[in-house]
Design a protein. Structure first.
Length: 400
């Protein structure tokens, strides 16, 4: 694998890919690990589960807003400095969460935790664009998804074990330890990638102009919208899944955790099949074919609901196929989105992409929660609408 930055040959690029995947996985790890602890947290802090759930809302706010902050920082100061700061902030906030004495502090510290976590998410996309030639980026993003996909598989089970054996506070101690490990990896293995050094870019008005300049780059907006609908479809499924599987079908908590782990494996497998296909076919061709396959899967899901009651195994099969397709779509569209940007804009582009996708996912989650009627309809409809919208936008972009 060649690089664009003169990185030393002795540096193992595969190790860097693993490190970037781990940095990206901090986001989902911070969610999935503490989900099994909601009941224990509510009991210990003398509140209810719904109030504890606000710590999830504050986390998503921090993830969306924080990415926009890191974009200019990464472009001005380079990748390493802001990333180290973010990991230090994440580690400190994790310790604060572990020491929380009321739910209000936990909610606020989860916001700060997110502001630290999103540094890795933004920097990873920018570093991939920095280090790898354009034809390699989609395959590298697929490799990142292999690492990132382990988080929703392992984290819920690990969180449940910690809660039952040590208590919920040790979950955040574990997250702090992960931050220390990531910090060591960044310090020793990530190459120094310099920024443009123009500090005037940090002024809010200049940062806004830089983000508007990113939006003005030909192809960015429609590609970003395609990727946002992919993420929205994922969030629609994730939001509806506990309602459908636990409320409707009566799954226990452990069984639901194993189910989500198996579905995450479908996403990981899709990403690895995608990496192999990209060796033989064009990026745009694989992306288009994957989107059509996802549209067909979601359309058949809706058709099955219209024809009569659907068994649990059928829902699980369609969900796994949908996530398998996302294993193609998410890395490929990310590579296309980041393609036009050089080093001095890659941080801002990555930040804007991440923030807008997170907002799209949060909106999809809110609509699914609001529209849930005790049936599978909202899950199937949400996934189908997102697949249709992304396919229509991709078709329009290909015609242009």
């Amino acid at each position: 694998m060649s690089t664009q930055t003169g990185i030393e040959h002795r540096t193992d690029l595969r190790l860097i890919v693993v490190l970037l995947g781990a940095l990206t996985a901090i986001g989902p790890l911070s969610i999935d690990t503490y989900l099994p602890a909601f009941t224990a947290i509510a009991a210990d802090l003398h509140t209810d589960v719904a109030t504890v759930g606000l710590s999830m809302s504050s986390y998503f706010i921090g993830i969306a807003a924080g990415q926009l902050i890191y974009g200019p920082l990464l472009d001005v100061f380079g990748r390493k400095g802001p990333l180290v700061f973010g990991l230090l902030l994440y580690g400190a906030a994790s310790l604060g969460c572990a020491l929380s004495w009321n739910v209000e502090w936990l909610i606020g510290l989860r916001l700060i935790l997110a502001l630290g976590a999103c540094a890795g998410m933004v920097a990873a996309r920018a570093v991939v664009r920095d280090l790898f030639p354009l034809q390699e980026t989609a395959r590298v993003f697929s490799s990142l998804m292999l690492v990132m996909g382990l988080a929703p598989i392992v984290a819920p089970t690990l969180g449940g074990i910690i809660v039952s054996s040590l208590g919920w506070r040790y979950i955040f101690i574990l997250l702090g330890a992960v931050a220390v490990l990531m910090l060591g990896g960044v310090w020793w293995f990530l190459p120094a990638i310099s920024g443009h050094g123009r500090r005037e870019a940090l002024h809010p008005h200049r940062a806004l102009r830089d983000y508007l300049a990113v939006l003005a780059v030909p192809g960015f907006t429609w590609r970003m919208l395609v990727g946002s609908f992919h993420v929205a479809g994922l969030f629609a499924y994730l939001t509806a899944s506990p309602l459908v599987f636990m409320d409707m079908f009566g799954m226990s908590g452990p069984r639901y955790g194993w189910t989500m782990g198996c579905n995450a494996m479908a996403l990981v497998i899709g990403s690895q099949v995608n990496a192999r296909l990209l060796k033989r076919f064009s990026l745009s061709g694989v992306l288009w074919s994957g989107n059509l396959l996802q549209l067909a899967v979601s359309a058949l899901f809706v058709l099955g609901l219209l024809l009569g009651p659907v068994a649990l195994w059928t829902v699980l099969a369609f969900a796994a196929l949908y996530l398998f397709c996302l294993g193609f779509l998410l890395p490929d569209v990310t590579a296309l989105i980041m393609e036009p940007f050089e080093r001095d804009q890659a941080g801002s582009a990555s930040a804007l992409l991440g923030a807008l996708q997170m907002m799209a996912g949060a909106l999809a989650a809110a609509l699914v929660s609001w529209g849930y009627d005790g049936t599978i309809a909202v899950m199937a409809a949400g996934m189908a609408v997102c697949a249709l919208a992304s396919a229509a936008l991709l078709w329009w972009g290909r015609r242009r």
